[in-house]
Design a protein around this ligand. Structure first.
Ligand SMILES: Nc1nc2c(c(=O)[nH]1)N[C@H]1C(S)=C(S)[C@@H](COP(=O)(O)OP(=O)(O)OC[C@H]3O[C@@H](n4cnc5c(=O)[nH]c(N)nc54)[C@H](O)[C@@H]3O)O[C@H]1N2
Ligand SMILES: Nc1nc2c(c(=O)[nH]1)N[C@H]1C(S)=C(S)[C@@H](COP(=O)(O)OP(=O)(O)OC[C@H]3O[C@@H](n4cnc5c(=O)[nH]c(N)nc54)[C@H](O)[C@@H]3O)O[C@H]1N2
Ligand SMILES: [Mo]
Length: 791
């Protein structure tokens, strides 16, 4: 230890930053200029340096794209990031030019605030006071706590939390901690993806399978695309925009349905149709009403492939007037689902609804592609299934150029095999929405809330690992409720977090460990959904200070638990990557993957182009390829849902007012709907501290001039957004880009509470709700009512 290795306890975050900048002045391993607050490296000087290498690589963040970034490395430092040059032709490869986030990576990797040493909490949990300890102390603390807590409570008290920042790679500390826990008795696992779990749970009730997206290259001849709550200009989604821009140039018409005039609306749309959040099903119902009453539905398709369209095609054992036609015409409730019915609910003019329905039904083929924003709502399952019904009525399922709806892409296709995962002896699982309750009082977590594999949990969560996530107190809904449980040190006894930054969640760690960045370790980058390539993301530079990969220190913990040999199988990180690559290569002999040695030269592998139309076989040859539903057909009406008798998951997916939607009684007190979106300058909260990306756009609340004027709010005023769960202060962006009655903020800003618990960061999750969705037992981050006032 040197005299600079000061204790970081008892100092505020501002001082901590200063302290760490001071430490940065004498880095241990890396070039001095790289970590300084304002690096002096000029591109001109650097590129003339003889030893510069330009390495194609990618990040392994969860950002929707694995873009073509070129790291310029000289003298052990990444000095510059460029992207695929214009003159580099590659007919088959989508143009995956680095976006603003990719170009800013250097400022994420070299930042004075980066965590530098293992640290142990010294203040109260959540205060953010830590002191430096050695790695040996850190791994002993973990091993000892694991032993103690497992002996006392059993392996089901061990939990690994959400951490998506490493999910874009095949190898991660997150996966390896699960491996270690499974080798030593198991851990309590969660299910449900907060990204698109509501869609994933609902879609099989229509098609029998969740993955209902086609490959985007099948849309080349599509005449009309409706992007329904899908903002691909910012979210990337496997480079959708590469295809959409080409289609746009070839004359495809784009309609965007979104409460916000998103960047996708501004860059692609011929028409923007704003609607009130969570009322999508009312718009869909009215579209279906127009389609069937104007005789625009695909009768042959419906007859041959579906169940539940009208009273003649209903499953056995269901009373009269439960079919789609009966619902739309009001045979049961006396309400015809006309555009005039939907207008006051959605705030979309009836004539616009009529035209949208006609356009969609008469343009062949047409693709209605739903993003995941609309399903991250309390009504998300219904919204996701609603679009499957529209695709079905118009015969756009299983045909080239159509879209079965549901996923925005092929789904969660993973090319690589990943590290081997030993069986988890703990069989009960919780929904990700249950973790706070499971930490507070696990006996209250019931199967109705999402518990599976047991009627009751026997243990509270007592030890929690949070790797590459900010989901303790930032990205999880209802932060103020959550921290009540986290602060109680008698509940979860030991929290380990690994990150590169002192995030709001990291402050709740008992032990905070500095991980390496993706540029400081080996990995293989996986494309999302419709993507079709793998990229080597290799170690370009040495880790700074005492940062270590999670795998590296986990080996030490494994040794202290006496299982190092089984855990590591003698492989270092690069050997794991080589092992995974070779296993992947052998698993797909047709693909001719390069060997690992060749990959290190070739850098990436593009899979053979295989245009894929979801459910093509089921539609072409239904007798031999029935849908995987109980009836073998597309189930417009789901008897399985009917038998659940749950008003929020109707057998037909139709409009039901959402909890905390605009029709909720709470709207009298909190009249504005707040939604969030995933913005271009970060992946969730990752890169929040990146100064270049903060320049791209600052955290603001979008509010319509009508709503602003009523409240005396002018452009740039600081406003107070509040509801019964919390208060957040943020500047106002008064803009026509948002529907009146709706306000919006970018997701992922860091929570910055003051002494009174008022957030100054614009973190929507002090306002969002932890209400669980009915079918998926999933999240409804997007459905919240608020009031806004001038601060
Ligand atoms: N730049 C960037 N890209 C990302 C991410 C990021 O943070 N930044 N995150 C990645 C991750 S983890 C994920 S899961 C995906 C998420 O991708 P999505 O979930 O699709 O992204 P969102 O921005 O949440 O939502 C898309 C759009 O839905 C709209 N929307 C919200 N509520 C409603 C509604 O009720 N009805 C309708 N019709 N529209 C609505 C929003 O205004 C937004 O424009 O993106 C990935 N890509
Ligand atoms: N209000 C609202 N909340 C949401 C959403 C929303 O739409 N609205 N979306 C939800 C969705 S879809 C998602 S996926 C979640 C995402 O929530 P999280 O999974 O928590 O993702 P991030 O916020 O990006 O946090 C990742 C953390 O990992 C750190 N990190 C980056 N690289 C590394 C690394 O190599 N090693 C380690 N150890 N750490 C690293 C980053 O600094 C960052 O602090 O948020 C959810 N929360
Ligand atoms: Mo996500």
């Amino acid at each position: 230890m040197t005299d600079k290795d000061k204790t970081l306890s008892g100092i505020s975050r501002r001082h901590f930053v200063k302290a760490s900048s001071a430490l940065a002045a004498t880095p241990l391993f890396i070039n001095r200029s790289a970590f300084a607050a304002n690096p002096q490296t000029s591109p001109g000087t650097v590129s003339s340096a003889p030893e510069e290498r330009v390495v194609p690589t990618c990040s392994t963040f969860d950002c929707g794209g694995k873009c073509d970034i070129r790291a310029h490395v000289a003298d052990g430092v990444v000095t510059r990031i460029t992207t695929r040059p214009d003159n580099e032709l590659d007919e088959e490869m989508p143009i995956m030019r680095a976006c603003v986030r990719g170009r800013g990576y250097r400022k994420f990797v070299y930042h004075p605030d980066r965590l530098k040493y293992p640290m142990k909490r010294v203040g109260k949990r959540g205060e953010g006071k830590f002191e430096r300890i050695s790695w040996d102390e850190a791994t002993t603390l973990i091993a000892d706590n694991l032993k103690r807590i497992t002996e006392k409570y059993g392996p089901s008290s061990r939990y690994v939390h959400v951490g998506t920042a490493v999910s874009g790679g095949t190898f991660s500390g997150d996966a390896m901690v699960r491996r270690l826990l499974n080798l030593t008795g198991g851990h309590l696992q969660y299910y449900h993806s907060v990204s698109m779990g509501n869609t994933a749970a609902a879609t099989p009730y229509t098609y029998g399978a969740a993955a209902s997206g086609s490959s985007l290259d099948t849309l080349a001849d599509t005449k009309l695309v409706i992007l329904w709550g899908h903002n691909t200009t910012e979210t990337i989604f496997g480079h959708s925009n590469h295809y959409f821009q080409q289609m746009k140039q070839n004359g495809t018409r784009f309609i965007v349905v979104d409460p916000r005039y998103s960047d996708t609306a501004s860059s692609l749309a011929d028409e923007w149709i704003p609607l009130r959040p969570s009322t999508d099903n009312a718009l869909m119902d009215a579209m279906m009403y127009v389609i069937v009453t104007e005789n625009l539905h695909d009768k042959a398709f419906i007859e041959r492939h579906t169940l539940g369209f009208d009273e003649n095609s209903m499953p056995e054992g269901v009373p009269e007037n439960e079919s789609l036609m009966a619902y739309l015409t009001g045979a049961k409730d006396g309400i015809a689902k006309t555009p005039e019915w939907a207008e006051p609910i959605t705030h979309v003019p009836a004539q616009t609804i009529r035209q949208l329905a006609r356009d969609y039904a008469t343009t062949k083929p047409a693709a209605l592609i739903q993003g995941w924003g609309p399903q991250r709502h309390n009504c998300g399952e219904r919204t996701a299934r609603g679009s499957t019904l529209l695709a079905t009525l118009t015969g756009n399922v299983g045909v080239k150029g159509g879209w079965a709806a549901g996923y925005g892409g092929i789904g969660n296709r993973k090319f690589t095999t990943g590290p081997e995962m030993p069986d988890n002896p703990v069989k009960e699982k919780i929904s990700v929405m249950n973790w706070v309750q499971a930490a507070d009082d696990a006996s209250k977590v019931t199967p109705q809330d999402g518990l599976t594999g047991a009627e009751k949990l026997s243990n509270n969560i007592r030890i929690l690992f949070s790797h590459a996530g900010n989901y303790l107190a930032n990205q999880n809904p209802d932060i103020n409720k959550t921290i009540g449980v986290l602060q109680d040190e008698s509940k979860i006894e030991f929290i380990v977090a690994t990150d590169l930054y002192l995030t709001p969640s990291a402050k709740y760690a008992d032990l905070l460990l500095p991980e390496t960045s993706f540029m400081e370790r080996w990995n293989i980058g996986e494309t999302w959904g419709t993507g079709n390539y793998l990229v080597l993301s290799d170690k370009l530079v040495e880790p700074p200070f005492e940062a270590r990969t999670d795998y590296n220190w986990l080996r030490e913990v494994a040794a202290k638990l006496g299982v190092e040999a089984e855990f590591s199988l003698g492989r270092d990180e690069k050997q794991w990557i080589e092992h995974i690559w070779e296993a992947t290569r052998l698993s797909m002999p047709d693909e001719n993957l390069p060997t690992f040695a060749e990959l290190q030269i070739q850098r990436r592998h593009l899979f053979k182009s295989k245009p894929y139309v979801a459910f093509e076989d089921n539609i072409r040859d239904p007798d031999n390829h029935p849908f995987a539903t109980p009836s073998g057909k597309i189930e417009i009406f789901s008897k399985r849902l009917y038998d659940m008798h749950h008003p929020e998951i109707p057998a037909l997916s139709h409009y039901v007012p959402a909890h905390e939607g605009p029709e909720d009684a709470l709207a009298a007190k909190y009249p504005l709907q707040l939604i969030t979106w995933k913005g271009k300058n970060r992946a969730n909260s990752t890169q929040y501290a990146n100064p270049w990306l903060q320049e791209v756009q600052i955290q603001k609340l979008w509010i319509n001039p009508l709503d602003a004027e009523k409240r005396g709010i002018a452009q740039g005023d600081t406003v107070k957004i509040h509801n019964d769960r919390g208060i957040s202060l943020v500047p106002a962006e008064v803009t026509q880009r948002i529907l009146p009655g709706v306000v919006a903020m970018q997701a992922g800003a860091w929570w910055q509470p003051d002494a009174n618990g008022v957030d100054h960061g614009g973190c929507a999750n002090v306002l969002s709700s932890s209400r669980i969705t009915a079918l998926a037992k999933g999240n409804s981050h997007q459905t919240m009512l608020v009031e806004v006032a001038k601060a």
